[in-house]
Design a protein around this ligand. Structure first.
Ligand code: EAX
Length: 334
């Protein structure tokens, strides 16, 4: 009996020791190998992918391999709306997304989707880097998201398969895919086109099959998605600046210590900077590339009639969300 008890004790002690070791090992193992799943909708040659690479390089370097980043490009984790939902429940860790579906989650961000709000890249970047941008990032926290950094998609332009667009009248009656964003949809309705909201991963096929005649996106996206294969005409309307944002999942980020959290912040900042640099490069080289691929590009666009046509979208926005943010942006020194 004594022997049995003693054997049992030994066994229990051994198991206790083992589980402590296993736990320590597991904890170490978890730290050594934690994979961060980063999703975006664009191809692995896009400006978002350049940003994903910078995120990966920075986080893996700062954490000395404690975190590994797995990039999931081309909408392989779903469209932008689905990925934002994934962040909220913790099935995705980090997402680089346009502001397209963001207003559905964080209405405060709709202000950035107003047409012709920013005159140029310099102004848009300056506002997003100011306290206004920081306040908007902080708002993400009220909606179960972590706003890490303002990245960039670019000024959006119209493409279609029917005709060369020189004025809003030319666009009347076209079926144009828009993002799932009510401010954008209101603007296009004012222009007389039929806005058809759709998640980005479906757009290429919809254009190919003629479900829609056109779409609008920055040069960056038109290049990365090879839209020239399904669209003949591009008009540089620059009708709205399209910010991108690096968002994190609160499920992951709220469980991190301060140092780990700072690695994620630095990785997001490096990602945004690398993406902006790539946008700048493509703004210089993109049009020549698209012409080379056979697109008819209208560069000399009188923007005033477009601006006039979409102006009522401002009232649609302010009626619902007030004009406090808009006033702040207009009063900024940028
Ligand atoms: O974020 O949906 C869109 O048109 C976006 O510009 C694209 O997914 C990149």
């Amino acid at each position: 009996m004594k022997t049995i008890i003693s054997a049992r004790r030994k066994l229990t002690t051994a198991i206790a020791g083992l589980s402590a070791a296993t736990l320590t090992f597991a904890a170490m193992g978890l730290q050594a190998e934690q994979t961060v799943n980063l999703g975006h909708t664009l191809s692995d040659s896009s400006h978002y992918s350049v940003g994903a690479d910078a995120f990966k390089e920075t986080l893996e370097r700062l954490s000395d391999g404690e975190f590994k980043v797995a990039e999931h490009p081309s909408g392989s984790l779903g469209g932008e709306r689905a990925m934002i939902e994934g962040l909220q429940i913790g099935t995705v860790d980090v997402v680089i997304t346009s502001s397209g579906p963001l207003g559905n989650f964080v209405p405060e961000s709709y202000v950035l989707d107003l047409p012709f709000l920013f005159a140029d890249y310099e102004e848009a970047r300056c506002v997003l880097d100011s306290e206004i941008g920081q306040d908007l990032l902080a708002k993400m926290g009220d909606h179960n998201l972590v706003g890490l950094a303002w990245s960039e998609n670019g000024f959006r332009h119209m493409t279609n398969s029917k005709l060369q667009i020189n004025s809003p009248e030319d666009a009347k009656g076209l079926k144009v895919r828009t993002m799932e964003n009510k401010v954008h949809m209101a603007a296009f309705e004012q222009m007389g086109v039929h806005p058809t909201p759709m998640a980005f991963p479906e757009v290429f096929t919809a254009l190919q099959q003629g479900t829609v005649d056109g779409q609008e996106n920055p040069i960056t996206v038109i290049v990365a998605t090879k839209f020239w294969e399904v669209q003949d005409y591009l008009t540089l309307t620059g009708h709205v600046y399209s910010p991108a944002i690096v968002l994190g999942s609160p499920v992951l980020l709220e469980g991190l210590n301060e140092e780990q959290r700072s690695w994620f912040q630095q990785a997001a900042d490096a990602s945004a900077e690398a993406t902006r640099d790539e946008v700048t490069r493509l703004e210089k080289d993109g049009v020549a590339l698209l012409r080379g691929e056979g697109m008819t590009v209208t560069t000399d666009v009188d923007k005033a009639p477009f601006q006039k046509a979409v102006e009522p979208a401002y009232k649609v926005y302010t009626d619902q969300y007030g004009n406090e943010m808009l006033k702040r942006i207009r009063a900024s020194s940028c």
